[in-house]
Design a protein around this ligand. Structure first.
Ligand code: PLP
Length: 425
């Protein structure tokens, strides 16, 4: 019998003896009941076909990876490594130098003894990149979203959130006491109706810049016009835009030519920006000053490690010097989208490197993704509850580091499998 089960049995009988000694009767020890409840949930996730398994990568993150159980190289088309910088030699070299100089970690939150000059320097660079007054780092963008709304909004205020916003925005809004309203996905008539009838002191419109499941873009010009008309503020989450989207990689506000009209931007260093981790809020001086006093993930969670700070800093230096990489990811995206449409696939979203190949059926998406792997291409099928029922898809993500051959190879594999599974003719 495995040691753990013996331990559980022992704990179970101890529990019963204790319960009886106290005069309680209990059919089952709480720990056994707990396991039963969890196992029921796990089974129902498996029965629904939505159980997520981790595929273990044995190389660095890149367009070419190796995975446990195989020594073959696999082409990776499902990372958020949009700029291909996750294993960039210059970034890695700089990160090693900073670790040598600044150590492995700070063992502290920022305001006690967790702020180094490299943290301040990175915050300045983030603000400069976005053309804002200041920025504040968080351990992740999830934390930035968890910390923002509660810190800035009161019960007198109102928040207007796109119904398909990221989970971290939804959780962050749940934590605040403002009046919460959800508008239909990218539906400006619905948003206007809600703004018009609101008597909130501050009104904050909240949207993902790019919606990661569909690769579609928030209608920022219309959102900013409504904000002007109804005296509202605008927040965007730029996780799937910072560094690579828009003509020079400044994100959705640049793509839509509304630079400077967005009041608050949250984003991540964990995707295009070297892929380490870390998130931030950038905006006005007052906003950042207040967040340093009130944002709970900033106040009560450890500071970013020097290695993480170094990766983000080096990538920002590269992006401030050149927009070459964002141009490359844009042209790679165009090549993939056009090639796939030509052979008959439906690719959702707008001209973004998130390219959802729409298949409809959940099992078909899963079988299709498995067969892609036998062709040396790593992609993932997404189905309910991550996307709506009947809208299963394979989400392909294009990187600046993909070569033209990589992209053509992926299109050829999609075409062959798509024909054999009768998705295209
Ligand atoms: N916001 C969006 C739109 C995201 O896609 C993600 C990551 O999946 C996050 C926030 C969270 O970012 P992080 O990984 O930095 O916590």
């Amino acid at each position: 019998m495995p040691i753990f089960s013996k331990f559980a049995l022992l704990r179970g009988s101890e529990h019963l003896i204790r319960q009886q000694a106290r005069g309680y009767s209990s059919a089952k020890p709480a720990i056994a009941q707990f396991s039963e409840i969890l196992n029921e949930q796990i089974k129902s996730i498996k029965d629904a076909g939505t159980f997520k398994r981790e595929r273990v990568i044995t190389s660095s993150q890149s367009t070419e990876i190796t995975v446990q159980g195989s020594d073959k190289k696999i082409l990776n088309f499902c990372a958020n490594n949009y700029l291909g910088l996750a294993n960039n030699p210059e970034v890695v070299k700089y990160t090693k130098e900073i670790v040598d100089q600044y150590g492995a970690g700070l063992s502290s939150v920022r305001f006690i003894c967790g702020t180094q000059d490299i943290h301040k320097n990175l915050e300045k660079k983030i603000a400069k990149f976005h053309g804002r007054q200041d920025a504040i780092l968080f351990p992740s963008c999830f934390d930035a979203n968890a910390g923002l709304f509660e810190a800035i909004l009161t019960p007198e205020d109102g928040v207007f959130s796109d119904e398909l916003n990221h989970a971290s925005i939804i959780d962050g809004i749940r934590l605040c006491k403002a009046k919460k309203q959800r508008y239909k996905h990218r539906d400006m008539a619905d948003l206007e109706e809600q703004l018009k009838t609101s008597d909130a002191r501050l009104k904050l419109i909240v949207t993902d810049g790019v919606f990661s499941m569909d690769g579609n873009i928030a209608p920022l010009p219309q959102i900013c016009d409504l904000a002007d008309k109804y005296n509202a503020l605008v927040f965007i989450d730029e996780c799937h835009a910072t560094g690579f989207f828009g003509p020079t990689g400044r994100g959705t506000e640049e793509y839509h030519n509304v630079m400077g009209r967005i009041d608050i931007i949250n984003s991540t260093l964990g995707k295009a920006m070297g892929g380490a981790s870390g998130g931030y809020t950038t905006g006005s001086k007052e906003l950042v000053t207040l967040l340093r006093q009130k944002a709970r993930p900033y106040l009560f969670s450890n500071t970013l490690a020097p290695a993480t700070v170094a990766t983000g800093t080096k990538v920002l230096d590269m992006l401030l010097a050149s927009d070459e990489l964002s141009k490359t990811v844009q042209s790679n995206t165009q090549r993939f989208r056009e090639g796939m449409k030509k052979v008959g696939f439906t690719i959702a979203g707008e001209n973004h490197p998130i390219c959802p190949v729409m298949l409809g059926d959940a099992r078909l998406a899963s079988i299709f993704a498995d067969q892609m792997l036998t062709h040396g291409i790593y992609v993932i099928g997404f189905s309910f509850p991550v996307v709506p029922k009947g809208k299963a898809r394979i989400r392909v993500q294009i990187s600046a580091a993909h070569t033209k051959d990589d992209i053509d190879h992926a299109i050829a594999a999609f075409t062959e499998i798509g024909r054999s599974l009768k998705v295209i003719s």
